[in-house]
Design a protein around this ligand. Structure first.
Ligand code: PGA
Ligand code: MG
Length: 227
């Protein structure tokens, strides 16, 4: 990592949340299944939900209702049906968020070292604001971060680079002295479009696909490999 920054630590580091800092898919799956069961439908199960996470809550709900990743090709959904289902998901996830989730190995040692090196840290997630703060608090991770930018903070989400620009501005940073750390093609694309070097982790979701050939500057199995 330091070779990307002339042998020094980056000044600012932006972290994706779901699939990078925290394995939140079990809670997301439980909430999606509660939504589906409330609608009289069969549960989707954790394996599918893990592959549907990545574009925020609304798209996750749409994929679950369609029973497929490419929800645009599923049955027509009225706005009312969508909003009623999404509300069920929000209610269920508000109760379940952080219950089964766990912090990935290597995350806390890396955060500790980054802070000790003087880096300023932000979370940049597609998760809605209503769930980002509570999850960070529940995992006892909130104290590491100066800023959290969520999926509804701005009108656009990753892979658009706007959340990264916003985080860098709030941290008083500079894209050339910033590192992005993520688990999905969205994180890599957003970082590239923001002109920020990017580390990808192999243990995350990335829609069930590999991350090695997606263009990240560095790919690791654990963030401790960066130390
Ligand atoms: O909520 C999602 O869809 C994904 O969230 P992430 O950006 O933290 O991976
Ligand atoms: Mg992620």
């Amino acid at each position: 990592m330091k070779q990307l920054f002339n042998g020094r630590w980056p000044d600012t580091i932006l972290f994706d949340l779901d699939g990078t800092l925290v394995d939140s898919a079990p809670d997301l799956a439980a909430a999606i299944d509660a939504m589906l069961e409330g609608l009289g439908r069969s549960p989707a199960g954790a394996e599918k939900v893990r592959q549907w996470v990545g574009n925020g809550a609304g798209v996750l709900v749409r994929r679950a209702l369609a029973g497929r990743f490419d929800h645009e090709n599923g049955p027509h959904l009225s706005d009312d049906e969508f909003h009623a289902a999404q509300q069920r998901f929000f209610d269920a996830y508000a109760d379940l968020n952080g219950g089964l989730a766990r912090i990935y190995d290597g995350v806390e040692p890396f955060l500790e070292a980054a802070k000790a090196a003087g880096a300023r840290l932000a979370v940049v997630t597609n998760k809605p604001t209503a769930f980002t703060g509570p999850l960070l608090e529940k995992m006892n991770l909130a104290h590491w971060f100066d800023v959290a930018i969520s999926g509804d903070t701005l009108p656009v989400k990753k892979p658009d680079p706007a959340q990264l620009h916003h985080a860098i501005e709030q941290l008083d940073g500079d894209a050339g002295r910033t590192l992005m750390v993520g688990d999905s093609i969205n994180d890599i694309e957003a970082a590239q479009r923001a002109g920020v070097p990017v580390v990808a982790v192999r243990y995350g979701y990335n829609y069930g696909g590999g991350i090695d050939e997606m263009g990240a500057d560095i790919v690791v199995d654990s963030l401790v490999e960066l130390l």
